[in-house]
Design a protein around this ligand. Structure first.
Ligand code: COA
Length: 258
């Protein structure tokens, strides 16, 4: 159990909130595990008709906890799959509509999780940044497959190859944000959509989402492939340099590597 994910019900809506603002909502293994529990509950409970992801503080999330990356938490271990992997699989295969209310900057998995959501509402304060290569890592959550499909290869390259941070209007142009709203209009938009979904025929809704998402095998396969490279990169000298640079609040120096 962790308090760093808030879980609550608003009638037929399950609310899952990032709640670790002092660390910019960086996501730990315990947080992924709490999100997985919520998503399993949403699949199982007929009374839940939609899930809303939200966050406390100024950032939506700064992505995976980098200290966890450095200590090897979430890497391949004995027995059960690590929570981060279970989370990625759970958002890829969720049966009820997933809605995100992005109130501030989203980094790393905070962005790639949005490619699995059905509706994404962003406040004017939101930005979207996937600096995997800058951290000597590779894209995850099947984002190397999904972002080129959503945005086209060249726009995806701005985010995944250049590591460029984009704002809400640009993300809307890329195709993974539905609306950019004034901060005080965000909650109404996200929960308005969630309640509209909740009033519709539940079986038809689940089938429609399933049909729209199509065969998930390619997505799950890409996650696995990315995971192999991600795990190897975590052991690399270039990642050690990037991780140390983050901890020491300096720019990484890759000039002597490779
Ligand atoms: N993992 C672990 N800790 C993180 C974190 C992360 N992803 N993001 C932020 N934090 C921590 C910082 O280390 C800092 O901790 P401290 O107060 O104990 O020093 C605290 O959260 C506040 O972060 P800070 O960097 O001071 O805030 P900021 O407003 O200046 O910058 C960010 C915010 C998001 C731009 C910056 O924290 C950042 O770049 N984080 C890393 C993002 C990232 O690369 N994520 C992984 C993507 S794969």
């Amino acid at each position: 159990m962790t308090d760093h994910i808030s879980v609550s019900r608003d009638g037929p809506i399950l609310r899952l909130g990032f709640n670790r603002p002092e660390k910019k909502n960086a996501i730990t293994q315990a947080m992924y595990a709490a999100l997985v529990d919520g998503l399993i509950e949403a699949n199982r409970d007929d009374a839940i008709r939609a899930v809303v992801f939200e966050a406390k503080g100024d950032l939506f999330t700064s992505g995976n906890d980098i200290a966890d990356f450095m200590s090897g938490a979430g890497g391949p271990g004995e027995g059960e799959k690590p929570p981060v992997i279970r989370f990625l699989e759970a958002i890829a295969t969720a049966e009820k509509p997933l809605i995100a209310a992005v109130q501030g900057p989203a980094v790393g998995v905070g962005v790639t999780m949005l490619f699995h959501c059905d509706l994404v509402y962003a406040s004017e304060a939101a930005t979207f940044h996937t600096p995997f290569v800058d951290l000597a890592l590779v894209p995850e959550a099947a984002s190397s497959l999904l972002l080129p499909q959503i945005a086209g290869h060249h726009r995806a390259a701005e985010m995944l190859i250049l590591g460029k941070k984009i704002d809400g209007p640009r993300a809307r142009e890329f195709g993974f944000v539905n609306e950019v709203l004034a901060p005080d209009a965000l909650e109404d938009a996200a929960f308005g959509a969630a309640h509209a979904i909740a009033e519709k025929a539940p079986a038809a809704m689940k089938l429609t989402k399933k049909l729209m998402k199509g065969d998930r095998a390619a997505v799950l396969e890409r996650m696995k492939e990315e995971g192999v490279h991600f795990a190897a990169q975590l052991q690399s000298a270039e990642f050690r340099e990037a991780g140390m640079a983050f901890m020491q609040k300096r720019k990484p120096d890759f000039s002597k590597l490779g």
